[in-house]
Design a protein around this ligand. Structure first.
Ligand SMILES: Cc1ncc(C[n+]2csc(CCOP(=O)(O)OP(=O)(O)O)c2C)c(N)n1
Length: 511
């Protein structure tokens, strides 16, 4: 058994099943260990942003890490934008970064760089293995660290992969910590106060058990249930409470908090403006509104919500109130009709990855009446996550229908994900909102007071020259595709796509 094989065995023993990779020469022993040690499915991504984004989607849905296997500093560098999103989502991910043999690094060969320094801003755990005999223990520890909701990065020099390795037992994963002393009482007292109290949910508070407890709390206290603007993973469905979602723009968020008496945080952090503007506002909850922290995102949020429900004397069960699904839309394509088509057709168990930017704005409110589904969003604002993340979710949940809502500008960052979807027969319907522009940036220009953008501002936010042919792009990577120019065409294309297994792309020609 060489070091690479000992690493792969440690991964299998810790329950790892998938290795997403774009490998190179320094990863060859690890690539061949995927053959000699059965149990880990190797999946090729044609760009590292696809690999890391898919690892994020996989980890969010599987609740355990996938491995990524990347080629030295440049390979990691290409994957950093989506590792940033994974870090913000607190997704378990284990990066294995191949490096030159330990005795070769000092000569500064062309591909040498400071890998740990590249890894640190996106990783909660970083280590470089010192010898082959350390690889299995380092891997077990990386997996245990990642399982706490971290990106863990292990740099694996090539000689450590090919030298003789040894087995190590799996490392125990400690359970999420309980909440701080006094947190439960503070939250309970806040919920007993008069006025409009918000229970702001995030992290595991957005899973079914946490939402069930939150519904009980709301039934007992009359508080409003709210979720973060960009949840990593939110369970939705007719038996779950309908959460209001914090809006995106700061002025909308300020309106949202106007009249609120107090806020209780359960797995969410205090809301901060996504961007700072000249008004100089960062904190979205005004100073006059007290904020009680029931549980931090990494705490046992579900347990804390259950305890809080009991502490406020909540009923054991809260009856669900049903909402009708809309009819299929007809006529012109508009953001509202796109949302309505999805609300009418989205199947039970769907996993929806939303990187639709401006065209998907209506999706969340329109789909309250849909059967149970999971909602994933762009946690770190680094676009190019949607298609990879949807692919990773489909790898984790092959029996579920995945739907990617995708802006055309965002899609172009990691469009190679389509090839991986085709090769792995992933059940993803990709909706590309083809508005031929970076519409959000055009809105931002207007918000910045630019009434008439100049030629450069126009050119730098416009994608129409030349226009992208999404159907051709998709087909070239093995994914069947069609185009929809009206609501009726979208409904027809969606119905056909949802009836077929495997990936498919619909170019949605947003006016
Ligand atoms: C990695 C990264 N680069 C650039 C940006 C800046 N940015 C935010 S949204 C956006 C354009 C999104 O365009 P599209 O996906 O077509 O959606 P639309 O705005 O048209 O709805 C850009 C370039 C970003 N957020 N992340």
């Amino acid at each position: 058994m060489n070091g690479a094989e000992s690493l792969m065995r440690a991964a299998v023993e810790a329950g790892v099943e998938v290795c997403l990779t774009n490998p190179g020469t320094t990863e060859m022993p690890l690539v061949s260990a995927l053959d000699s040690v059965p149990g880990v499915r190797g999946v090729l991504g044609l760009f590292e942003g696809v690999v890391t984004g898919a690892a994020d989607g996989y980890g969010r849905m599987a609740d355990k890490p996938a491995l990524t296997l990347l080629h030295l500093g440049p390979g990691l560098g290409n994957g950093i934008a989506n590792l940033h999103n994974a870090r913000r989502a607190r997704t378990p991910v284990v990066n294995l970064i191949g490096d030159h043999p330990t005795w070769h690094r000092g000569y500064d060969p062309p591909l040498a760089s400071d890998i740990e320094t590249l890894a640190r801003p996106v990783s909660g755990w970083v280590r470089t293995s010192a010898s082959a005999s350390d690889l299995s223990r380092d891997t077990a520890e990386a997996i245990a660290a990642a399982s706490q909701g971290l990106v863990a990065t292990l740099v694996v020099p090539c000689d450590c992969q090919w030298d003789a390795g040894q087995a190590a037992p799996p490392t125990e994963v400690s359970p999420a910590p309980g909440v701080e002393n006094g947190a439960l009482e503070a939250a309970r007292d806040a919920l007993r106060g008069d006025g409009d109290t918000l229970l702001l949910l995030g992290s595991r508070g957005l899973r079914t058990p946490g939402l069930g407890a939150a519904a009980r709390i709301a039934a007992a206290t009359g508080c409003r249930l709210v979720c973060e603007t960009f949840p990593a993973r939110l369970e939705r469905g007719p038996d779950l409470p309908r959460l209001q979602r914090l809006p995106y723009f700061p002025e909308q968020m300020q309106d949202f908090f106007a009249g609120v008496s107090r806020v209780v945080l359960a797995g969410a952090t205090e809301p901060i403006a996504f961007f700072g503007y000249p008004e100089g506002i960062s904190r979205m909850v005004p100073d006059s509104i007290p904020v009680a922290v029931l549980a931090a995102p990494t705490d046992d949020v579900e347990g804390a919500l259950e305890d809080l429900a009991d502490a406020v004397g909540a009923p054991a069960r809260v009856p669900a109130s049903r909402v009708e699904r809309p009819d299929r839309p007809t006529g012109e394509l508009r953001p509202r009709s796109i949302a309505q088509a999805l609300a009418a057709l989205q199947p039970e168990g769907a996993i929806v990855m939303d990187e639709g930017i401006t065209a998907a704005g209506g999706y969340y409110p329109s789909t309250v009446g849909c059967p149970p589904h999971t909602y994933l969003t762009l946690t770190g604002g680094s676009i190019g996550l949607g298609l990879p993340c949807a692919s990773g979710a489909a790898l984790a949940c092959p029996d579920r229908q995945v739907i990617a809502l995708e802006g055309d500008g965002s899609a172009m960052y990691t469009i190679q994900a389509l090839w991986t979807q085709a090769r792995e027969s992933l059940n993803v319907v990709n909706l590309i909102f083809a508005n031929d522009r970076y519409r959000i940036l055009q809105l931002e220009l207007r918000r910045a007071g630019v009434a008439e953008p100049g030629p450069q501002s126009t050119a730098l936010t416009d994608l129409a020259e030349p226009s992208l042919d999404w159907v051709a792009l998709s087909r070239s990577m093995g994914v069947p595709a069609s185009s929809a120019k009206s609501a009726d065409e979208l409904v027809g294309a969606l119905e056909r796509a949802l009836a077929e297994p495997g990936p498919c792309l619909i170019e949605v020609r947003v006016p």
